[in-house]
Design a protein. Structure first.
Ligand code: BG6
Length: 491
């Protein structure tokens, strides 16, 4: 078990305290950091939301959430009681003219680091920040954490960034993309820049193409109100998936300094070939699930999940082909796909190397598979290097695809912290490396916007796909047209 270094004592105010993200992710993350001694015992969590609740009411809700979302055996009664004693609640409507911001003055300790976590709709970010400022609650030691997506297009993102920027400096602003807190995502930096063998191979000389898949089995999970306005492109691709693409495609940064890493990611976003309106039809596929079955259980379609009678034009699946226009990546396509109600929950990156230029083996000696490096984000975080080896024993020289496998949990024999645990502690420490800088967010919207516009201008609805399938058949055609296939373990 690595040594845990406690962070400084802090107060963390969570706006949106009764929402799904807080109950399912943030409170469990804080609980684990408290249990492991990284969150000092005097630190406090102050939930803030519109509901009129007392501290006791909110502690009860928090306790229920922790019982549900903390692993069996990890919820220790004494630790839980001490943690809950540090949880408080402030009822407030941040958009109301008569909102009583002074309630925070009573609760917050002026000497501590303050984290204002905005787990609300982005439309509320501006009003919340202005309310905090007007009440004199923003100290030098304050930070603000913004959940994604920031806005719904470039203009709205820009407006939010400006509003928040009037109150918090860039150094105080932490735009969270929780994928960047996942262990394997951070391992990408280690894989590429702490090993000599891969960096030499990391280019179009050796790599044929890259695939990034983020598949989920869940549907709308009661988040239909948000999701139907967002869709897979804004919810997953504009942020999580483009960030993964950046970490794969970026040049080695000159140091691990936050800005040096983010400079390199930004260059990738700027090198993405813009999709012209006429490209969008051929290079993107959007889908929406209909009823089907997952793991043998019937599940309803998107509209039924949404509780809507009228059709919706929102995509729950997107696949696309992107190009990074640099020397390193010329002619190496990046195929991305993500969707809800797919057959399994799996997030992985496949680096597919080129086929043999020439084989000395008879063609019947093997079922050839070009080498691949599979980086598995979840479940079973790890990496697999796919290679050809000789079948053991006599009987002629026969070859089969096998692999070198690392499963991180097995290798290290420890629980892998949730992404939010690390990111929350990084916020307290003031380390922005794993957060998105303003220009990254804007560059990602700049690339995605022509797709949104082209889709909006085309009357065709997203293509239906049955829940439990790998999306519309057009997504398979998207890659097969180029003589390639989606990674078969996933299929
Ligand atoms: C969130 C999206 O950012 O990521 C959700 O809003 C999605 O729609 C979730 O389900 C997936 O995260 P994870 O960590 O479960 O892969």
């Amino acid at each position: 078990m690595p040594k845990i270094i406690p962070v400084a004592i802090f107060d963390c105010v969570v706006f949106g305290a009764t929402g799904d993200l807080t109950l399912r992710k943030l409170l469990p993350a804080l609980y684990y950091r408290f249990r492991d001694g990284q969150m000092p015992a005097q630190s406090r969590v102050i939930g803030a939301a519109r509901s009129k609740l007392s501290d006791e009411d909110y502690r009860e809700r928090a306790a229920q959430a922790l019982r549900k979302h903390v692993g069996v055996g990890d919820l220790e009664p004494d630790v839980l009681a001490s943690f809950l004693s540090q949880v408080h609640y402030v009822p407030i409507d941040a958009t109301a003219a008569d909102a009583d911001w002074d309630q925070f003055t009573v609760v917050l300790d002026p000497a501590r680091i303050r984290v204002f976590y905005l787990a609300t709709s982005p439309d509320l970010y501006g009003a919340t920040c202005l309310g905090l400022q007007a009440a004199g609650l923003v100290t030098e030691q304050s930070r603000v954490v913004l959940e994604k997506p920031i806005g719904h297009d470039l203009d709205s993102a820009h407006a939010i960034i400006e509003q928040v920027g009037r109150v918090f400096s860039e150094a105080q602003t932490f735009r969270i993309d929780h994928f960047l807190g996942k262990e394997t995502v951070q391992n990408l930096l280690a894989l590429r820049f702490a090993n000599t063998i891969f960096e030499r191979l990391w280019s179009s000389d050796v790599i044929d193409h890259v695939q990034i898949t983020v598949a989920e089995t869940v549907g709308l999970e009661g988040r239909g109100g948000y999701y139907d306005k967002s869709g897979a492109l804004r919810d997953m691709l504009q942020n999580h998936m483009l960030q993964l693409l950046c970490l794969i495609a970026m040049e080695p940064p000159v140091s691990l300094d936050a800005d040096r890493v983010r400079d390199e990611k930004l260059k990738v976003l700027r090198a993405l070939k813009p999709l012209e309106p006429h490209d969008v039809a051929g290079l993107t596929v959007r889908g929406q699930y209909t009823q089907g079955a997952i793991a043998g259980k019937p599940v309803p379609g998107y509209l039924a999940d949404l509780g809507a009678d009228d059709p919706s034009g929102t995509e729950s699946f997107v696949a696309l082909k992107a190009e990074v226009r640099t020397w390193r990546w010329a002619n190496v396509p990046f195929y991305l796909r993500t969707g809800k109600r797919l057959p399994k929950k799996v997030s992985e990156i496949v680096i597919q190397f080129r086929s043999l230029p020439f084989s000395i083996f008879p063609s019947e000696a093997a079922e050839w598979q070009p080498n691949s490096l599979i980086i598995r984000l979840q479940p079973e975080e790890g990496m697999r290097l796919g290679m050809m080896t000789k079948d053991p024993g006599p009987g002629g020289l026969r070859l089969s695809p096998t692999g070198l496998d690392i499963r991180f949990e097995k290798t290290f024999g420890m629980r892998f912290p949730d992404a939010y645990e690390r990111l929350l502690m990084d916020t307290v420490r003031g380390n922005p490396t794993l957060f998105m800088r303003r220009d990254e967010v804007e560059a990602a919207w700049t690339w995605v916007e022509p797709i949104l516009e082209a889709w909006a201008s085309r009357p065709d609805q997203p293509r239906p796909y049955p829940a439990g399938s790998w999306g519309p058949t057009a997504a398979i055609a998207l890659i097969e047209r180029d003589g390639r296939t989606w990674h078969e373990d996933v299929e």
